[in-house]
Design a protein around this ligand. Sequence first.
Ligand SMILES: [Zn+2]
Ligand SMILES: [Zn+2]
Length: 168
Amino acid sequence: MASCSYCNTTILFGGKRTGDLRFCNEKCAQKGALALVANQLSPADVASYIYRVYQGSCPKCSGPGPVDVHTSYRVWSALVMTSWSSRPLVACKSCGTKQKLGDTAFSLFLGWWGFPWGIIMTPVQLGRNIFTLLKASDPNAPSPALEKILRLHLAAQLVEHQHQEPAA
Ligand SMILES: [Zn+2]
Ligand SMILES: [Zn+2]
């Protein structure tokens, strides 16, 4: 099954295609465009950046790490319209858990009220949150998802930097 080239989430329905890459939605696709830049970064630069973030303090609560990616899932519906998203968060485990619990509650209350996607996607998103809450992550090494996201962060910094450089 296809998975999002940006956030790694399995794409069950729809999604967005850019060349050979597939994404859950427009937002992931925009971020994913950086993947092309990211693939050209030097492995040493990427590795040192990953370890700096992983061993640093949490960017959200400034608490102690390890810092990794914690993806939470939410869905909301309004009659015929249903919107679902995956929200990767680079933070410590407790911030990640907080966001997952928050999105679980959010989806539980706001997910169901659309037909047919609300009824279909709400259990999917709830299940994904519960699965990631229960899954024990390896505490001794950064996850592959962290590498993927930080590679993109680094690429974004690079692109931004190039844009800021004076034309003359
Ligand atoms: Zn995605
Ligand atoms: Zn935190």
